[in-house]
Write a new protein. Structure first.
Length: 199
């Protein structure tokens, strides 16, 4: 089967390469620490397995939810965001849509806000799936370099310097993947002010 040129040009995920490194590693610096989250090597805890089993037997689980997902879950997520970012956070359940994981959420969001040859700013080091998704969509990925000496914290000034007339979004994931750095709580609001001023 012939793949499209856009898909064929996307680099392979690095997971297989990392697994090869692990096979050669001989514990010179101690045993490896498994930090995997998206593809865990262990089953979920017993409590979660029971909840999943019960849900599988519930006839309501076989029905479609609303297009944006179950309202109670959307309300819970909006409330959680207010716990994290403060009750003044301007988010309601009507602002929330549920997807089958963050990769699909990112892909859908990129399709909604950007066209081919538009730009999305993406912090580096980045979660490779985000870069791959943008490349598949023909959206230019603009790297926002995060430095270890700055604690991998982005700055508003660095974001602002990268914004062009083709910029459609700035990707902020906190805790950041892969360095797991939490951005300062005020940072997303500051970036929002800058982007509104530039719009």
């Amino acid at each position: 089967m012939r793949l499209s040129r856009a898909i064929a040009a996307v680099p392979s995920p690095p997971i297989a390469k990392v697994e090869q490194w692990l096979e050669r590693y001989e514990n010179e610096f101690g045993p490896p620490i498994d930090l995997c989250q998206g593809a865990p090597s262990r089953p979920p805890c017993e409590q979660l397995q029971r909840a999943l089993s019960n849900a599988a037997f519930d006839p309501a689980s076989a029905k479609y939810s609303g297009d944006l997902g179950t309202q109670s879950m959307r309300e819970a997520l909006a409330n959680e965001m207010k716990v994290v970012y403060g009750q003044q956070a301007d988010v309601e359940y009507t602002d929330v849509a549920l997807t089958a994981g963050c990769n699909l959420a990112f892909y859908a969001a990129a399709q909604v806000v950007a066209d081919r040859d538009d730009e999305i700013i993406l912090p580096v080091p980045w979660y490779f799936n985000h870069q791959m998704a943008l490349q598949m969509l023909g959206i230019t990925c603009v790297p926002l370099s995060l430095k270890p000496e700055d604690g991998f914290q982005p700055t508003v000034e660095a974001c602002e310097a990268l914004i062009t007339p083709r910029t459609r979004a700035i990707t902020l994931v906190t805790p950041n993947n892969p360095v797991h750095r939490r951005y300062l709580p005020i940072f997303p609001a500051e970036v929002l002010l800058v982007t509104r001023a530039k719009a």
